[in-house]
Ligand binder design. Structure first.
Ligand code: FES
Length: 127
């Protein structure tokens, strides 16, 4: 076990860990979409979440780009938590809808949903 996690804890605090309402993981390809399409989607997501958050590095929405979500079809592909809503076909128009409707207003974009997997950790037995 590392004996000092202070730098990472400081970074987590600077990033606002503990204050997020939603977290989106966006795959930028190359198997579900071209790298060019994935990078364009990532740029759009960064720009738009900064507007929703009112900041480029803090706020209620967190975004992460990933190399593969193991769907590898009809990308860009993304998943939004805490709902565990999986999306595909996120061209510029589709991604814009997910950003404004789901991330911004909490309404899923049903036409683009490919799966649902809300996460809930098992609870320890009551004492
Ligand atoms: S490369 Fe995007 S889901 Fe696999």
């Amino acid at each position: 076990m590392p004996d000092d996690l202070g730098a990472a804890r400081d970074a987590a605090e600077r990033r606002g860990v503990g204050s997020y309402e939603r977290h989106i993981f966006l795959c930028i390809g190359p198997d579900c979409c071209s790298t060019e399409t994935g990078e364009a989607a990532w740029s759009r997501l960064k720009r738009r979440t900064a507007l929703l958050n009112g900041s480029s590095d803090r706020g209620r929405i967190y975004r992460t780009k990933v190399g593969c979500l193991r769907i590898c079809e009809n990308g860009p592909v993304a998943v939004v938590y805490p709902e565990g809503t999986w999306y595909a076909g996120l061209d510029a128009e589709g991604l814009e809808r997910v950003i404004s409707e789901h991330l911004g207003e909490g309404r899923k974009v049903e036409e683009l949903v490919i799966g649902r997997n809300p996460l809930s950790a098992p609870q320890p037995p009551a004492d």
